[in-house]
Structures are given as C-alpha cells and as structure tokens.
Design a protein around this ligand. Structure first.
Ligand SMILES: O=C(O)c1ccccc1NCC(=O)[C@H](O)[C@H](O)COP(=O)(O)O
Length: 205
C-alpha cells in the first residue's frame, strides 16, 4: 500500500487546493498562536468547507484550552485532531474524534512504551525533539530508533523534504509522512512544485 501524505502548516485556500490537486491525503492547520504558521479557527473552517471529498483536515494543538479546541472542531465533523504537546490519553480521548498523538523523539527514548500510553490514538506521529520548540523544527531524528513492531500506524515527521522522503519511506515504512517546512517557499506559504515533488517521492519510496 502506498504511503499517505499529510501537508502541514496550511494557512490559505490556494495552498490547500493545490496540495489536494497534487494528491495530499491530509492537510494540517496549526492552532498555536506562537507559530508563524498559525491560522485562525474562522479562516481554517472556511478552507475546510471548500476541500474536496476524501481529504482529511487535521487540527494541530499544543496543550490548548478545551474552549479553543471546541471552537475549531465544532463547525465540521471532518476534523481529526493532532495533539502536539504533553496532553494525556484521557484528554485526547475526551473529544471523541480520531486523533494523532505526537511523540517528539530523542536518543534514549523508549518509543514502544510511549506509544503504549495512547491506546485510543488513531496513529502516532513521530517528530524530532528540539528543546524549547514544540514542532515544525525542520530537523530529522534518528529513524533507526523506531521499533519495527509498533501496535499503531506511524506518521513520520521532522525535517522531511522532496530529497529525503523516498529514503525515509523505504527505511521506516511508515503509514504516512508529514511535512511542513520542507515544502515551503517562506514560513506559512507552500511551494507547489515542492509539494508535488514531495508527494511523488513519498509514493515512490
Ligand atoms: O509548524 C509549526 O510552527 C508548529 C508549531 C508548534 C507545533 C507544531 C508545529 N508544526 C508541526 C508540523 O508542521 C509537523 O507536524 C511536523 O512537526 C513537521 O514539521 P517540519 O519538520 O517542518 O516538516
């Protein structure tokens, strides 16, 4: 089965539709105000209402207040949630939506044990750990730390680009890959050629 692709950090309709046209399976929207890729709930929901069928919008939060999460996911049943902070399994589960739990990986981590803490997750997104930066680091991590027999689908993220994604897919065999900075022309704006190249590389790998 070919690897799915999530394009993260979407801030405008043109980039969203271009990513769908290029074959993206999911689009990520960042609801973390300190991020240069932040998008407001109203703008994001307006974009989501115009997405073609079979594309999953993913709402990304970092230890957000319940009121913010509900204001984003309330208007559309289509939203999946990405918990990118230190949220507990009980909190993630409480929204009764499909969700990705992010684990930020560094040397010495017991990934299998961390994955086992989130039995209700639809998938686990593995991203690079960088002190003081919750995500969108543009950095890879040591993919050989990922065990091969994890009980959840894995979404591989962190520093992926059109140049390294095929190798990443070949080595890790993830369920999906996720990219933000590697397909941008500037922070928050996508480069459509890079998005197309990235998706082709992921499907090839
Ligand atoms: O993109 C951000 O600015 C961001 C801020 C806070 C938490 C997460 C954030 N982004 C997450 C992602 O875009 C991806 O899920 C992932 O981290 C890959 O990012 P990149 O290394 O830039 O491809």
């Amino acid at each position: 089965m070919s690897c799915r692709v999530k394009i993260c950090g979407i801030t405008n309709l043109a980039d969203a539709l271009a990513a769908c046209e290029a074959g993206a399976d999911a689009l990520g929207f960042v609801f973390y105000e300190k991020s240069p890729r932040y998008v407001s709930p109203n703008v994001a929901n307006d974009i989501v209402a115009q997405l073609p069928p079979f594309v999953v919008p993913v709402a990304l939060f970092v230890d957000a207040e319940k009121s913010l999460i509900e204001s984003v996911i309330g208007p559309s049943d289509r939203w999946m949630i990405q918990f990118h902070g230190d949220e507990s399994e009980a909190e993630c589960r409480s929204y009764q939506r499909q969700y990705l739990k992010v684990l930020r990986v560094k040397e010495g981590d017991d990934i299998a044990n961390s994955v086992s803490q989130y039995p209700s997750a639809s998938a686990i997104l593995l991203d690079a750990y960088k002190k003081g930066v919750p995500g969108g680091t543009g950095e890879t991590f040591n993919w050989s730390l990922i065990p091969t027999n994890l009980p959840k689908p894995i979404v591989l993220a962190g520093g992926l680009t059109p140049d390294n994604v095929a190798q990443a897919v070949a080595q890790v065999a993830p369920y999906a890959v996720d990219v933000s900075g590697g397909v941008e022309q500037s922070k928050g704006l996508k480069n459509n050629s890079k998005v197309t190249e990235f998706i082709a590389g992921a499907k090839r790998g």
